[in-house]
Write a protein that binds this ligand. Structure first.
Ligand code: AMP
Ligand code: MG
Length: 472
């Protein structure tokens, strides 16, 4: 084997209670589905000869030199309920490495059981692997912080779910896999030594200018406030914003039952397990504040004066909704061609959203059509639109070249659920051409071309996907 990854393994040098050393479990007949050569080059991955070798490594059958595979410990609030122990139950961190763009983790997901597996087989089936590959790479192309997909491999081994399905492994790359729940598990165990070591590692890795837990908290809050506004601006619904699925780095992580909405409604939910809509599209700003409050609680033991810590942390958490609103206004202002929107523009933005919701307008296509002057066609009641449009035009008259900003802020292409489902169906039938086509199109979401016009269409009534599943 010649493939080389310049692993450094800083996480493996942290206190031993933070992880369990764990090798991936080999599979019978790995076959490469996709490999992200550009990302591999950025990471300094070199020396691989062919897809056979890549399949062996990224299925977990061969461990690259210098890797130190481990499963990470964490806990978390799942749908608001405390779960004192979670952890990588179906994932293995091969290691982390330093690049000129910072430190990155390389993790296999679906690579077999670990000490943290919860009533599961540690495996993933093909569907969630293709889904995460497409959605995470689409998010990246949309300019939204996210984990990346490096490889997808079929294992040649079926997995038993509601039916027997082909097994697969995805390799993802993250600035780190440190979660709110990683801090929570140590704070809950009153493991101050572990907590301090994790804190120092996370500061060094993500927020090197932070010197105190308060600075660190504020930096994570800023990153998450920015992230959630970006999600809202493309109609993304994470679906499982449990504290264990919330990354300290501010990257989108753990693509499970997440989805992009077609027609706009604030309370849109796809996840089959989110019965009360806790993680609905429009609830995401509130939930991220709640998650940051859990992070703050976990950081209190690191402060010399607990009362002072609670006062300072509470102020930081209370400032977060306004920060999110500010980011939301900037993101949606840009979609309307406004470079420096003010509070007064909220009525304009909300006026459009309200109309879209009333008339079930397609989120992506309505915003995109604004730059072409054809948004009126997205509404059945055009009178309401025409009146809104007049107000918008008056406001736009004060702007220089708003079209350019709008073109950069309103994508043509998002990974629509019905297309992702069709890709998965074809993949189950061993046809990966639709996967590769959709993947290639999503790499340039702001360019509409004639050959991708079918991918921009909302689902027909019979194509509509109403529920998405965790399903790994
Ligand atoms: P997630 O849905 O990714 O947030 O997972 C929540 C927890 O369930 C994590 O600790 C996972 O490792 C665990 N888990 C999910 N699926 C499986 C599986 N197939 N085998 C073992 N553990 C799993
Ligand atoms: Mg998770």
């Amino acid at each position: 084997m010649t493939l080389s990854i310049p692993f450094d393994n800083a996480y493996a040098r942290l206190p031993a209670q933070l992880f369990s050393l764990q090798m991936p479990t080999p599979v019978s007949a790995p076959r490469l589905i996709a490999f992200n050569h550009n990302l591999a080059a950025q990471l300094g991955i070199t020396g691989y000869d062919d897809s056979e070798e890549l399949a062996q490594v990224f299925a977990g059958n061969e461990t690259p030199a210098r890797a130190k595979p481990l499963a990470q410990l964490y806990a978390g609030h799942q749908f608001g309920h405390w779960n004192p122990q979670l952890g990588d139950g179906r994932a293995v961190l091969l290691g982390d490495l330093n690049t000129d763009q910072g430190r990155f983790d390389i993790q296999l997901k679906g690579s077999g059981p670990t000490p943290y597996s919860r009533n599961g087989d540690g495996r993933a089936w093909l569907g969630p692997v293709l889904r995460e590959y497409l959605l995470s790479e689409a998010m990246h192309a949309l300019g939204i912080p996210t984990t990346r997909a490096l490889a997808a491999v079929e294992t040649g081994q079926p997995v038993q779910r509601e039916k027997v399905l082909p097994g697969a492994v995805i390799t993802r790359v993250a600035a780190s896999h440190i979660r709110v729940g990683t801090f929570q598990v140590l704070a809950a165990r009153q493991d101050i030594e572990g907590l301090r070591a994790l804190f120092e590692h996370a500061v060094d890795r993500h927020y090197p200018t932070a010197t105190t837990p308060l600075d660190f908290l504020k930096a994570v809050i800023a990153a998450q406030a920015s992230l959630v506004a970006k999600w809202l601006s493309v109609g993304f619904i994470h679906g499982v914003m449990n504290t264990d699925n919330c990354a300290i780095s501010g990257e989108t992580i753990d693509y499970g039952p997440c989805a992009f909405m077609d027609n706009f409604h604030q309370m849109t939910v796809f996840s089959s397990i989110d019965r009360k809509g806790r993680y609905a599209y429009g609830n995401q700003p509130d939930i991220i504040v709640w998650n940051m409050a859990q992070l703050a609680t976990s950081l209190v033991p690191l402060m010399p004066d607990a009362d002072q810590a609670v006062t300072d942390f509470t102020a930081a958490i209370h400032a977060m909704p306004e920060l999110i609103r500010h980011n939301w206004r900037r993101a949606f202002g840009a979609k309307l061609g406004l470079a420096n929107p003010t509070e007064k523009d909220d009525a304009l933005i909300n006026g459009l959203l309200h109309m879209m919701s009333e008339q079930s307008a397609d989120f992506t296509n309505t915003f995109r059509a604004l730059s072409h002057g054809s948004a009126r066609d997205q509404f059945t009641d055009q009178a309401a639109y025409i009146s809104w449009h007049e107000t918008w035009e008056n406001r736009l008259n004060t702007m220089d070249n708003p079209e350019n900003l709008m073109r950069m802020s309103n994508p043509y292409l998002i990974p629509r659920n019905h297309q992702v489902e069709a890709v998965i169906q074809a993949g189950v039938n061993a046809d990966f051409a639709p996967f590769h086509r959709l993947h290639a199109a999503l790499a340039a979401p702001f360019q509409g071309t004639a050959d991708t016009s079918d991918l921009t269409a909302p689902p027909a009534e019979n194509e509509r996907v109403l529920a998405t599943f965790c399903g790994t």
